[in-house]
Design a binder for this molecule. Structure first.
Ligand code: GTP
Ligand code: MG
Length: 196
């Protein structure tokens, strides 16, 4: 998609504040500091629209970015997450859970992990949780500029193995907001998940 017009339309903490539209939405989730806001900025060709920070926890609300009046990107605060048992659910950020389980126009979730490391427990739980709710998932291994191309295959298999990756309903892409590696592929995935 050629993106020219993007506005950060709404910061929401509860459903009453979500935008009242039927535009499709793509959410971005991942550990604090993994690069969600940077990925948003890269996809929409804007350096500083989504606030990025070397300090984790910069994003504290659900931020709805209206992209060309065609879709919303929803930048989600970084984890804590937990699995789907009752006790664990309590630990899960209620805001995120409410959004992902109740938002009818959510078309897919881009789940970011760090390309350099095996996924954390929280990354794994997030993936399992999304999988449980049958949300289409694109696992994006970001900061790919920090590993050599020759290590991509190995890094991909480490990540997929740890996640127990299911290629039936999940896809995988390396990405770098620094070099823009993978940008077209991420966009393609998003477009593939838009309603016709
Ligand atoms: P929270 O809002 O705290 O959840 O963080 P976030 O996931 O939005 O991370 P953010 O985009 O703010 O990036 C965190 C740090 O990682 C910043 O210092 C970014 O410059 C850096 N960063 C993000 N993406 C990349 C990337 O692809 N490559 C490199 N080298 N650095 C990156
Ligand atoms: Mg952020």
């Amino acid at each position: 998609m050629e993106v020219h017009n993007v506005t950060m339309e709404i910061s929401a903490v509860s459903p009453a504040q979500y935008p009242v539209t039927n535009l499709p939405e793509i959410a971005l989730v991942g550990r604090s500091n993994v690069g969600k806001s940077s990925l948003t900025n890269t996809l929409i060709n804007r350096k500083g629209l989504a606030r990025t920070s070397a300090q984790p926890g910069k994003t504290q609300t659900l931020n709805f970015y209206n992209v060309e009046d065609a879709l919303y990107f929803v930048d989600v605060p970084g984890y804590g997450y937990a699995k789907v048992s009752k006790k664990q659910r309590e630990a899960f950020g209620e805001m995120i859970e409410t959004y992902i389980t109740s938002r009818a126009q959510l078309r897919g979730v881009v789940s970011l992990v760090d390309a350099r490391h095996a996924p954390s427990e929280e990354d794994i739980m997030m993936y399992e949780w999304l999988h449980y709710y049958k949300v289409p998932i694109l696992v994006v291994a970001t900061k790919a500029d920090k590993i050599a191309r020759g290590k991509f295959n190995h890094a991909e298999s480490v990540i997929k193995k740890a996640l127990n990756f299911d290629s039936e309903d999940s896809d995988f892409q390396f990405f770098s907001s620094q070099t823009k590696y993978g940008k077209d592929e991420v966009w393609q995935w998003i477009e593939n998940h838009m309603p016709n």
